[in-house]
Design a protein around this ligand. Structure first.
Ligand SMILES: [Zn+2]
Length: 318
């Protein structure tokens, strides 16, 4: 069956067309410019939305999204793909960690956003209404932030909608990363999408401002595998990859401003109550001890010596 026009904001692509452009909309009364690709296959099929750069220094994810947008061709595509490679452009330019410099908020905690909210809430609102709600399937690419070391993992959210949850888990498995985490992150892209009835995953690869070819390829391969599974591109269904499903995502946070001394490697298997590190003051007095809340695996560690009150320290998947 013939495909339809793909339209996002002021940009559009007819069936068989690929369009790169910048959508401009107002955030706090000032123009906000969001680059994106619209790739519209000749034949009807699902709409896949891929975003990256919600967190501005997670470079492997952005490099993979840029590769996808630059290389995907409508002639070999069934359905439609929208790629937003850097959602949080002000934070990207500022090399900001966690938050958007326009309002100091974490963009991945404010979805689905608010039309009359803060800058981050307005960005989230525009992207959610204009891009994400068009998705049949949604993938948000992440990695460790500038101060985070991590092992690759894929998160999905159990929304209570059986169809959505089954497909989100299937997407997570197909993406090809070994560790899968079932988690509710309030205000996150993927959980807001799942609540709105859209199967969604958030994939993490790379970290600490480093984007190795392997880290980028993990995301690129995941997208390729998913599009093959959805029969959007040729190549047939991908080979299954063994995976471990972690049902809890347990974050430890700092209660102090000070110096963080982790004492465990990222990816390590840990036991409940195991010592994982401590926060010290200038003179070396221990202000806080971090112990594992469960048997599990350390999925990320903050690698910065500087630590602020309420900052994450690490997370255990259990
Ligand atoms: Zn992130």
């Amino acid at each position: 069956m013939a495909n339809q026009l793909l339209q996002v904001g002021s940009l559009s692509a007819a069936p068989g067309e690929k369009r790169y452009g910048v959508n401009e909309f107002s955030v706090q009364g000032r123009p906000y410019r969001l680059p994106m690709w619209l790739v519209n296959g000749r034949d009807e099929g699902p709409t896949l939305v891929v975003t990256a750069g919600v967190h501005a220094a997670e470079y492997a994810s952005m490099a993979a999204a840029l590769n996808l947008g630059r290389s995907l061709e409508p002639a070999t595509l069934r359905g439609r793909v929208v790629v937003v490679p850097v959602m949080n452009m002000p934070a990207f330019t500022a090399r900001a960690i966690y938050v958007c410099p326009l309002d100091g908020r974490n963009l991945n905690r404010v979805f689905p956003g608010k039309a009359d909210g803060t800058a981050s809430e307005q960005i989230a609102h525009w992207v959610f209404q204009n891009v994400i709600t068009q998705a049949t399937y949604y993938v948000d690419l992440h990695g460790g932030d500038l101060v985070e070391a991590l092992v690759p993992f894929t998160i999905f959210f159990r929304s209570g909608n059986e169809r959505v949850d089954r497909m989100s888990l299937e997407m997570a498995k197909v993406f090809g990363i070994h560790d899968l985490v079932s988690s509710e992150t309030p205000g996150a892209t993927f959980s807001a999408a799942a609540r709105a009835g859209i199967p969604a995953i958030l994939a993490e690869s790379g970290g600490q401002g480093i984007w190795t070819p392997e880290d980028v390829a993990r995301h690129t391969n995941g997208l390729d595998r998913l599009m093959r599974r959805l029969d959007m591109i040729p190549g047939g269904a991908p080979e299954p990859v063994p995976c471990t499903l972690l049902e809890r995502f347990l974050w430890l946070r700092s209660e102090h401003e000070g110096f963080w001394y982790p004492d465990v490697a990222v990816g390590a298997e840990v036991r409940a109550t195991q010592y994982l590190g401590c926060i010290k003051d200038v003179e070396g007095r221990v202000l806080q001890t971090a112990v594992s809340p469960a048997d599990g695996r350390v999925l990320f560690i903050v690698s910065s010596l500087a630590i602020n009150e309420t900052d994450p320290l690490l997370a255990v998947g259990a």
